[in-house]
Design a protein around this ligand. Structure first.
Ligand code: G1P
Length: 290
Protein backbone atom coordinates (compact mmCIF):
# COMPACT_ATOMS: atom_id res chain seq x y z
CA UNK A 1 0.00 0.00 0.00
CA UNK A 2 1.01 3.58 -0.60
CA UNK A 3 1.97 5.79 2.30
CA UNK A 4 -0.87 8.13 3.29
CA UNK A 5 0.29 11.75 3.51
CA UNK A 6 -2.78 13.83 2.84
CA UNK A 7 -5.81 14.75 4.91
CA UNK A 8 -8.84 16.42 3.36
CA UNK A 9 -10.82 18.71 5.67
CA UNK A 10 -14.28 19.53 4.28
CA UNK A 11 -15.02 22.97 5.73
CA UNK A 12 -17.28 24.79 3.29
CA UNK A 13 -20.39 24.42 5.47
CA UNK A 14 -22.28 27.49 6.61
CA UNK A 15 -22.41 26.55 10.28
CA UNK A 16 -26.16 27.12 10.31
CA UNK A 17 -26.62 25.28 13.59
CA UNK A 18 -24.55 27.85 15.46
CA UNK A 19 -25.79 31.05 13.82
CA UNK A 20 -25.42 33.96 14.36
CA UNK A 21 -21.98 33.16 15.85
CA UNK A 22 -20.93 31.90 12.41
CA UNK A 23 -22.04 34.90 10.32
CA UNK A 24 -18.43 36.09 10.07
CA UNK A 25 -16.38 33.60 12.08
CA UNK A 26 -16.14 30.19 10.40
CA UNK A 27 -17.62 27.48 12.64
CA UNK A 28 -14.26 25.70 12.51
CA UNK A 29 -12.65 28.67 14.25
CA UNK A 30 -15.02 28.77 17.21
CA UNK A 31 -12.96 28.13 20.33
CA UNK A 32 -13.09 25.07 22.53
CA UNK A 33 -11.70 26.93 25.56
CA UNK A 34 -8.62 28.34 23.80
CA UNK A 35 -8.26 26.22 20.69
CA UNK A 36 -10.37 26.47 17.54
CA UNK A 37 -12.38 23.41 16.55
CA UNK A 38 -10.37 22.69 13.41
CA UNK A 39 -7.04 22.67 15.23
CA UNK A 40 -8.02 19.49 17.09
CA UNK A 41 -8.48 17.64 13.80
CA UNK A 42 -5.27 19.01 12.32
CA UNK A 43 -3.39 18.01 15.48
CA UNK A 44 -4.84 14.50 15.20
CA UNK A 45 -3.79 14.27 11.56
CA UNK A 46 -0.27 15.48 12.36
CA UNK A 47 0.01 13.12 15.35
CA UNK A 48 -1.01 10.30 13.02
CA UNK A 49 1.84 11.06 10.62
CA UNK A 50 -0.04 13.03 7.98
CA UNK A 51 1.77 16.09 6.64
CA UNK A 52 -0.44 17.62 3.96
CA UNK A 53 -3.69 19.29 4.88
CA UNK A 54 -6.15 19.99 2.09
CA UNK A 55 -8.84 22.40 3.16
CA UNK A 56 -12.06 22.32 1.16
CA UNK A 57 -13.30 25.74 2.08
CA UNK A 58 -15.99 28.20 1.12
CA UNK A 59 -14.71 31.30 -0.71
CA UNK A 60 -16.55 33.22 2.03
CA UNK A 61 -14.51 31.79 4.92
CA UNK A 62 -10.89 32.58 4.06
CA UNK A 63 -10.20 33.56 7.69
CA UNK A 64 -10.02 29.82 8.30
CA UNK A 65 -6.82 29.07 6.39
CA UNK A 66 -5.12 32.07 8.03
CA UNK A 67 -5.13 30.20 11.34
CA UNK A 68 -2.39 28.00 9.87
CA UNK A 69 -0.19 30.83 8.54
CA UNK A 70 2.72 32.27 10.47
CA UNK A 71 1.86 35.67 11.96
CA UNK A 72 5.09 37.59 12.41
CA UNK A 73 3.52 40.67 14.01
CA UNK A 74 1.87 38.64 16.78
CA UNK A 75 4.84 36.31 17.16
CA UNK A 76 7.36 39.18 17.38
CA UNK A 77 5.35 41.03 20.00
CA UNK A 78 4.94 37.91 22.12
CA UNK A 79 8.65 37.18 21.74
CA UNK A 80 9.59 40.69 22.97
CA UNK A 81 7.26 40.35 25.93
CA UNK A 82 8.69 36.96 26.85
CA UNK A 83 5.34 35.33 26.12
CA UNK A 84 6.24 33.25 23.09
CA UNK A 85 5.21 30.12 25.02
CA UNK A 86 1.56 31.13 24.55
CA UNK A 87 1.87 29.84 21.00
CA UNK A 88 3.53 26.55 21.95
CA UNK A 89 1.78 23.71 20.19
CA UNK A 90 0.29 25.96 17.53
CA UNK A 91 3.73 26.98 16.20
CA UNK A 92 5.00 23.40 15.98
CA UNK A 93 1.77 22.30 14.35
CA UNK A 94 1.89 25.02 11.71
CA UNK A 95 5.52 24.14 10.98
CA UNK A 96 4.81 20.44 10.68
CA UNK A 97 2.05 20.60 8.07
CA UNK A 98 1.68 21.96 4.59
CA UNK A 99 -1.75 23.43 3.95
CA UNK A 100 -3.45 23.97 0.62
CA UNK A 101 -6.95 25.19 -0.02
CA UNK A 102 -9.51 24.42 -2.67
CA UNK A 103 -12.82 26.23 -2.78
CA UNK A 104 -16.22 24.59 -2.92
CA UNK A 105 -18.49 27.43 -3.96
CA UNK A 106 -21.68 25.35 -3.76
CA UNK A 107 -21.97 23.13 -0.69
CA UNK A 108 -23.59 20.22 -2.54
CA UNK A 109 -22.80 17.60 0.07
CA UNK A 110 -19.92 15.73 1.71
CA UNK A 111 -19.37 13.53 -1.36
CA UNK A 112 -19.07 16.65 -3.47
CA UNK A 113 -16.65 18.25 -0.99
CA UNK A 114 -14.37 15.21 -1.25
CA UNK A 115 -14.66 15.26 -5.05
CA UNK A 116 -13.58 18.91 -5.09
CA UNK A 117 -10.26 17.84 -3.50
CA UNK A 118 -9.52 15.42 -6.36
CA UNK A 119 -6.80 17.42 -8.10
CA UNK A 120 -4.95 18.20 -4.89
CA UNK A 121 -5.19 14.62 -3.63
CA UNK A 122 -4.17 13.23 -7.00
CA UNK A 123 -3.55 9.50 -7.31
CA UNK A 124 -2.83 8.80 -3.63
CA UNK A 125 -4.71 7.31 -0.71
CA UNK A 126 -5.89 10.04 1.66
CA UNK A 127 -7.71 10.68 4.90
CA UNK A 128 -10.90 12.70 5.33
CA UNK A 129 -11.40 14.53 8.61
CA UNK A 130 -14.74 16.07 9.57
CA UNK A 131 -13.45 18.51 12.12
CA UNK A 132 -16.84 18.93 13.87
CA UNK A 133 -16.23 15.50 15.31
CA UNK A 134 -13.58 16.20 17.92
CA UNK A 135 -12.01 12.92 18.91
CA UNK A 136 -9.95 12.31 22.00
CA UNK A 137 -8.23 8.95 21.78
CA UNK A 138 -4.83 7.52 22.57
CA UNK A 139 -3.46 6.41 20.15
CA UNK A 140 -5.19 8.92 17.85
CA UNK A 141 -8.15 7.40 15.97
CA UNK A 142 -6.64 8.28 12.61
CA UNK A 143 -3.39 6.56 13.45
CA UNK A 144 -5.23 3.34 14.28
CA UNK A 145 -7.11 3.64 11.00
CA UNK A 146 -3.88 4.17 9.07
CA UNK A 147 -2.39 1.08 10.72
CA UNK A 148 -5.39 -0.95 9.57
CA UNK A 149 -5.15 0.60 6.11
CA UNK A 150 -1.58 -0.73 5.84
CA UNK A 151 -2.82 -4.20 6.68
CA UNK A 152 -5.88 -4.35 4.44
CA UNK A 153 -4.67 -2.03 1.67
CA UNK A 154 -8.13 -0.52 1.26
CA UNK A 155 -10.56 2.06 2.64
CA UNK A 156 -11.08 2.26 6.40
CA UNK A 157 -13.94 4.01 8.20
CA UNK A 158 -14.23 5.02 11.84
CA UNK A 159 -17.44 3.87 13.51
CA UNK A 160 -19.09 4.18 16.89
CA UNK A 161 -22.15 2.47 18.34
CA UNK A 162 -25.02 4.94 18.74
CA UNK A 163 -28.42 4.64 20.44
CA UNK A 164 -31.42 3.64 18.25
CA UNK A 165 -32.88 7.15 18.22
CA UNK A 166 -29.62 8.52 16.77
CA UNK A 167 -29.08 6.24 13.76
CA UNK A 168 -31.01 8.56 11.44
CA UNK A 169 -28.38 11.26 11.91
CA UNK A 170 -25.48 9.16 10.59
CA UNK A 171 -24.18 6.96 7.85
CA UNK A 172 -24.77 3.44 9.20
CA UNK A 173 -22.85 0.34 8.17
CA UNK A 174 -23.78 -3.31 8.07
CA UNK A 175 -20.69 -5.32 8.89
CA UNK A 176 -19.13 -8.60 9.95
CA UNK A 177 -16.87 -8.37 13.00
CA UNK A 178 -13.48 -9.80 12.10
CA UNK A 179 -11.38 -8.89 15.11
CA UNK A 180 -11.02 -6.67 18.11
CA UNK A 181 -13.21 -3.69 17.16
CA UNK A 182 -12.51 -4.31 13.46
CA UNK A 183 -15.29 -4.97 10.97
CA UNK A 184 -15.60 -5.84 7.36
CA UNK A 185 -18.29 -3.62 5.85
CA UNK A 186 -21.08 -5.38 3.95
CA UNK A 187 -23.34 -2.38 3.28
CA UNK A 188 -23.68 1.33 4.03
CA UNK A 189 -26.71 3.58 4.19
CA UNK A 190 -26.87 7.31 4.80
CA UNK A 191 -29.23 8.49 7.54
CA UNK A 192 -31.63 5.52 7.58
CA UNK A 193 -34.92 5.76 9.49
CA UNK A 194 -34.59 4.11 12.89
CA UNK A 195 -36.36 0.89 11.86
CA UNK A 196 -34.38 0.48 8.65
CA UNK A 197 -30.88 0.84 10.09
CA UNK A 198 -28.80 -2.28 9.39
CA UNK A 199 -26.93 -1.91 12.71
CA UNK A 200 -26.05 0.61 15.40
CA UNK A 201 -22.58 1.24 13.96
CA UNK A 202 -22.45 4.87 12.87
CA UNK A 203 -19.75 6.30 10.65
CA UNK A 204 -18.09 9.17 12.48
CA UNK A 205 -15.98 11.85 10.92
CA UNK A 206 -12.79 10.00 9.90
CA UNK A 207 -12.13 8.08 6.70
CA UNK A 208 -9.07 6.64 4.99
CA UNK A 209 -9.92 6.45 1.30
CA UNK A 210 -8.37 5.38 -1.96
CA UNK A 211 -8.39 7.56 -5.10
CA UNK A 212 -10.66 5.12 -6.96
CA UNK A 213 -13.50 6.76 -5.00
CA UNK A 214 -13.20 9.93 -7.14
CA UNK A 215 -14.66 8.65 -10.43
CA UNK A 216 -17.46 7.10 -8.41
CA UNK A 217 -18.22 10.36 -6.61
CA UNK A 218 -18.18 12.16 -9.96
CA UNK A 219 -21.00 9.84 -11.04
CA UNK A 220 -22.95 9.91 -7.77
CA UNK A 221 -26.25 11.78 -7.84
CA UNK A 222 -28.18 13.41 -5.03
CA UNK A 223 -29.01 11.22 -2.08
CA UNK A 224 -30.28 11.83 1.43
CA UNK A 225 -31.24 15.49 1.93
CA UNK A 226 -30.71 16.19 -1.79
CA UNK A 227 -26.95 16.12 -1.21
CA UNK A 228 -24.17 14.17 -2.92
CA UNK A 229 -23.35 11.76 -0.13
CA UNK A 230 -19.95 10.22 0.53
CA UNK A 231 -21.76 7.22 2.02
CA UNK A 232 -23.51 6.58 -1.32
CA UNK A 233 -20.17 6.72 -3.14
CA UNK A 234 -18.65 4.28 -0.66
CA UNK A 235 -21.56 1.93 -1.21
CA UNK A 236 -20.66 1.81 -4.89
CA UNK A 237 -16.96 1.45 -4.07
CA UNK A 238 -17.84 -1.59 -1.94
CA UNK A 239 -18.94 -3.36 -5.14
CA UNK A 240 -15.34 -3.01 -6.34
CA UNK A 241 -13.25 -3.65 -3.24
CA UNK A 242 -13.47 -4.50 0.47
CA UNK A 243 -14.02 -1.68 2.95
CA UNK A 244 -13.16 -2.03 6.63
CA UNK A 245 -14.27 -0.18 9.72
CA UNK A 246 -12.65 0.28 13.10
CA UNK A 247 -14.56 1.14 16.25
CA UNK A 248 -13.55 4.27 18.11
CA UNK A 249 -11.72 3.63 21.34
CA UNK A 250 -11.99 7.06 22.92
CA UNK A 251 -14.46 9.94 23.13
CA UNK A 252 -16.09 11.99 20.41
CA UNK A 253 -17.76 15.37 20.71
CA UNK A 254 -19.94 16.68 17.90
CA UNK A 255 -19.06 20.35 18.13
CA UNK A 256 -21.20 21.26 15.11
CA UNK A 257 -24.38 21.88 17.10
CA UNK A 258 -25.10 24.02 20.16
CA UNK A 259 -25.36 21.28 22.79
CA UNK A 260 -22.40 19.30 21.42
CA UNK A 261 -20.33 22.46 21.23
CA UNK A 262 -21.09 23.26 24.85
CA UNK A 263 -20.28 19.69 25.92
CA UNK A 264 -17.00 19.83 24.03
CA UNK A 265 -16.05 23.02 25.86
CA UNK A 266 -16.85 21.46 29.23
CA UNK A 267 -15.00 18.23 28.37
CA UNK A 268 -11.82 20.03 27.35
CA UNK A 269 -12.09 22.58 30.17
CA UNK A 270 -12.05 19.67 32.62
CA UNK A 271 -8.79 18.48 31.04
CA UNK A 272 -7.26 21.96 30.72
CA UNK A 273 -4.29 22.57 33.05
CA UNK A 274 -5.49 26.09 33.94
CA UNK A 275 -9.16 25.19 34.41
CA UNK A 276 -9.37 21.58 35.55
CA UNK A 277 -9.26 22.48 39.22
CA UNK A 278 -12.08 25.03 39.01
CA UNK A 279 -14.43 22.93 36.91
CA UNK A 280 -16.07 20.58 39.45
CA UNK A 281 -17.20 23.51 41.59
CA UNK A 282 -18.32 25.46 38.54
CA UNK A 283 -20.38 22.52 37.32
CA UNK A 284 -21.83 21.90 40.77
CA UNK A 285 -23.27 25.40 40.60
CA UNK A 286 -20.98 26.86 43.22
CA UNK A 287 -19.35 29.39 40.96
CA UNK A 288 -15.63 29.67 40.35
CA UNK A 289 -13.12 29.76 43.16
CA UNK A 290 -11.34 33.08 43.39
C1 G1P B 1 -21.78 13.21 7.71
C2 G1P B 1 -21.87 11.91 6.90
C3 G1P B 1 -22.44 10.79 7.77
C4 G1P B 1 -21.61 10.64 9.02
C5 G1P B 1 -21.49 11.99 9.77
C6 G1P B 1 -20.50 11.87 10.91
O1 G1P B 1 -23.08 13.64 8.00
O2 G1P B 1 -22.69 12.13 5.77
O3 G1P B 1 -22.43 9.59 7.05
O4 G1P B 1 -22.19 9.67 9.86
O5 G1P B 1 -21.03 13.02 8.89
O6 G1P B 1 -20.42 13.05 11.65
P1 G1P B 1 -23.40 15.14 8.49
O7 G1P B 1 -23.11 15.16 9.96
O8 G1P B 1 -22.51 16.06 7.72
O9 G1P B 1 -24.85 15.35 8.20
Amino acid sequence: PHVVRKAVFPAAGLGTRILPATVVVPKELLPIVDKPIIQFGVEEAAASGLTQVILVNSPDKTMLEKHFDRHSLLEDVLERRGKAALLDGWRELVESIELSTVYQADPLGLGHAVLVSRELVDDEPFAVVLSDDIIDADPPALRKMLDLYKEVDGPVLLVERVPPDAVSRYGIIAADAIGDGVHRVTDLVEKPPRDEAPSDLAIIGRYVLTPDVFPILAATGQGSGGEIQLTDGLRRLLEQRPIHAVELNGTRQDAGNKLGYLKAILYFAMKHPELAEAMPQLLAGGGTPR
